[in-house]
Design a protein around this ligand. Structure first.
Ligand code: NAD
Ligand code: GLY
Length: 374
């Protein structure tokens, strides 16, 4: 088992990465000082059917007396205010008095993790919670760093807080039941780290991305550990996203989030980010900040992962994307802000990019023609 520390002073916690950890989840919680006897497990019907029982047994062995299971829908459309409110109601109903405060356990992908971490953060002004990521995306990204939120009013992640888990238990064996599409979706975030944070990781992916997609044990634990280490390093330097450092993690997300929302969540998060990374890289080239070779290498890797690099156009889609993009949380005082790669492993943020250029790159990823502008 590997362990990566997220070093945040009093809010520090380890991310445990290995296989067979779910069966030992109870003892891992105890070893890390979590001594509650009640647990409120948030999951979804798909993940719950696969893994809740094992978790329940593991908790029981470690002395948990009351384990309440709460399910939210298994799609991004379930990451909304009504489900959040339903989750808070279920928490209050199950644990109405202060003597029974539970450990909240989030068993699922980014949707469960984001919604559940938000609920744990506001219930009684915060109860402890633990992430057990079950998707590659959640393992390498969303379970670490404490950004928790739900979508609201047609804007992604607009209602949320920073709330760090006490522990992340990342059991890589759970990824075996992921659909190939969800696996690829997680690969998009892995590729993101390579492009803007680590040339070594990008080159490793160029050398053997297929090993990751085949869940090859050694490659998987190595790559997940690298990604978690990269994220932990960024979060430790800018936990509350105030210094501009954490923005690096949003590479591909400005246009990607807007597309994800505007396409009514017909794309997975990673698929939208894949297209968003292409658009942001084109923007970087147009501004003279990076080279067409970088775009070519990125596009090649995304294609090898079978990830999309463009989206079919549809009436009104462009306008919807532009409107959604203008609500981006990074934008301040009417100025836009984009995270742009400058070389493999390097990035910078650019404010006030001419909107015409932004429109051009958005249009470029909406084309269905085979000869895309680069
Ligand atoms: P998800 O949580 O919707 O899971 C994707 C699908 O995979 C679901 O249908 C789920 O039921 C299924 N699934 C999950 N684990 C499974 C398993 N082990 N076996 C079989 N099926 C399984 O999606 P996701 O890609 O994990 O997360 C996307 C969300 O994460 C988005 O809402 C995005 O905004 C958010 N996100 C948050 C952060 C952050 O820092 N908080 C970072 C990146 C993404
Ligand atoms: N996923 C973006 C962040 O954690 O900052």
């Amino acid at each position: 088992m590997n362990s990566v520390d997220v070093d945040l002073g009093p809010r520090s916690y380890p991310v445990l990465i290995g296989t067979g950890l779910l069966e030992n989840a109870g003892s891992l919680l105890r070893e890390h000082g979590l001594c509650q006897t009640n647990a409120f497990v948030i999951t979804n019907p798909q993940v719950g059917a696969l893994y809740f029982e094992s978790l329940q047994q593991a908790l029981g062995k470690a002395g948990f007396m009351r384990i309440v299971r709460h399910e939210i829908p298994a799609t991004e459309e379930g990451k909304n205010w009504e489900e959040f409110s339903g989750c808070c109601s279920a928490l209050l109903e199950a644990f109405p008095d202060t003597g029974s405060i539970p450990l909240v356990i989030l068993l699922g992908g980014g949707v469960v993790g984001d919604l559940g971490g938000f609920a744990a953060g506001v219930f009684r002004r915060g109860v402890p919670f633990v992430q057990i990521p079950t998707t590659l995306l959640a393992a390498v990204d969303s379970s670490v760093g404490g950004k928790v939120a739900v979508n609201f009013g047609g804007v992604k992640n607009i209602m949320g807080i920073f709330n760090q888990p006490r522990l992340v238990i990342c059991d890589l064996a759970l990824l075996k039941t992921l659909s190939p599409r969800e696996l690829r979706s997680g690969a998009a975030e892995v590729i993101k780290y390579g492009v803007v944070c680590s040339e070594a990781l990008f080159e490793q992916l160029e050398g053997g991305l297929e090993k990751l997609l085949a869940l090859d044990g050694a490659a998987l634990i190595d790559i997940v550990t690298q990604c978690v280490g990269l994220k932990a390093g960024v979060v430790a330097r800018d936990e509350f996203d105030k210094k501009g450092i954490r923005n690096v993690l949003n590479f591909g997300h400005t246009i990607g989030h807007a597309l994800e929302l505007s396409a009514n969540y017909t794309l997975t998060h990673g698929e939208a980010i894949s297209i968003g990374m292409i658009a942001a890289t084109r923007l970087s080239i147009a501004l003279g900040l990076s080279s067409p070779l970088l775009l070519e290498r990125l596009e090649t890797l995304l294609h090898r992962a079978n990830l999309p690099t463009r989206h079919p156009d549809a009436p009104g889609l462009f306008d919807k994307i532009v409107r959604a993009m203008q609500m981006d949380k990074k934008f301040r005082d009417g100025k836009n802000l984009f995270v742009l790669p400058t070389r493999i492993g390097g990035w910078q943020q650019q404010e006030n990019v001419p909107w015409e250029l932004v429109y051009e790159v958005v249009r470029s990823v909406l084309t269905v023609s085979e000869t895309l502008p680069s």
